[in-house]
Design a protein around this ligand. Structure first.
Ligand code: AMP
Ligand code: MN
Ligand code: MN
Length: 329
């Protein structure tokens, strides 16, 4: 059932032990919204835990509030009366965390993906919100009208900053700056976030980036760009799979590119595809066609059981179709 934030706030106030879950292959918005909401609930006196069902890339750990996030194994055997899923377009995105749920759909789903399937008991999805953390901030103001701690504010600013590409994307509007200003008034600082996310590459990571550019293919006068990183590249550079985070933006930094893809094989045999568009191509449609989801300008999908070469061909074919449609040719 679709619900407004007032109804969701009422439901959450009735919780005694709440679990807030973000998605696998977490980004700043999944981590910030899960940790931020769990801490907001704790300020209300509710016992709340935040869970990310996957490895958390090391650089997020530089933001102090992220230390509340637990893995699935640490939370097994605990009974939760309320389950909230954030920043996830469908139930498969919560991975193994589903094992922690009571035998029913999540009680509350809060999201901003246009592809959200509405898999909760109460669903709030605002595709116009630049980040799930924007929605958590609105909910936070209902639950805690006198404001909340700087730690929570910084977690929410983390999600807003990362999902907007540090206030660069087309969905950055007055609402985003107003939320950022409020969070800043609560004591959130952008500098530690920028340092943790943008200025934290090792030399090995930069070497991996140069390996990626060796595999870059340009088509249609450079309007389509795709590249890959195989497991061997990571091993050769001494890098972990999560170190390619943000590399897709380097592809999109090319002037000619309208639509881009990066295929990352990690671990061996598993391929994750990041898709981005500068606006004319809807990559959420491409991702859906490939079994994934996301937003019109940023989406993704995953493959298992096919080779990197096969995956590249599948993706390239959808990129060509998407560009044709987007340009109306
Ligand atoms: P990424 O390229 O992994 O940063 O993902 C870009 C966007 O697409 C994010 O909003 C993700 O939540 C979404 N996304 C990525 N992979 C998937 C997937 N397999 N299924 C649904 N949504 C996805
Ligand atoms: Mn996300
Ligand atoms: Mn998000």
């Amino acid at each position: 059932m679709k619900a407004d934030l007032g109804t969701i706030a009422e439901r959450l106030r009735r919780a005694e032990r709440a679990l807030v879950v973000g998605h696998v292959r977490p980004d700043g918005d999944a981590i910030g919204s899960a940790a931020g909401l769990a801490l907001i609930l704790r300020e209300l006196g509710i016992e709340a835990e935040a869970c990310i069902p996957d490895h958390i890339p090391r650089h997020y750990r530089y933001i102090p509030g992220t230390s509340v996030v637990k893995g699935v194994n640490e939370l097994r055997g605990q009974g939760f009366d309320t389950v909230v899923v954030v920043d996830s377009s469908d139930i498969s995105r919560v991975g193994e965390a589903a094992e922690l749920f009571p035998n029913r759909p999540p009680d509350v789903v809060i999201d901003h993906h246009i592809t959200n399937s509405g898999f909760g008991e109460l669903n709030f999805c605002d595709p116009n919100a630049a980040a799930t953390c924007m929605v958590i901030h609105e909910l936070g103001k209902i639950l805690l009208p006198h404001g909340y701690s700087s730690g929570i504010a910084e977690l929410l600013l983390l999600g807003i900053a990362t999902d907007t590409g540090f206030f660069r994307h087309a969905d950055v509007d007055e609402r985003v700056f107003a939320a950022a200003a409020e969070l800043s008034r609560y004591g959130a600082r952008i500098r530690p976030i920028a340092e943790a996310i943008l200025e934290n590459r090792t030399l090995n990571t930069v070497r991996l980036l140069s390996e990626m550019f060796r595999t870059l293919v340009l088509e249609e006068e450079g309007r389509i760009a795709y590249a890959y990183l195989a497991e061997e590249h990571f091993r050769k550079c001494g890098c972990e799979g999560d170190e390619a985070e943000g590399f897709i933006s380097e592809i999109m930094s090319l002037r000619s590119v309208e639509v881009g893809a990066l295929l990352v094989e990690w671990p061996k045999g598993e391929i994750h595809v990041s898709l981005r568009s500068k606006g004319r191509v809807d990559v959420s449609e491409i991702a859906l066609a490939l079994g994934g989801g996301g937003h019109p300008r940023a989406a993704g999908c995953s493959f298992k059981g096919i080779s990197l070469q096969e995956a590249l061909e599948l993706v390239a074919r959808e990129l060509r179709k998407g560009l044709k449609k987007g340009l109306g040719t």
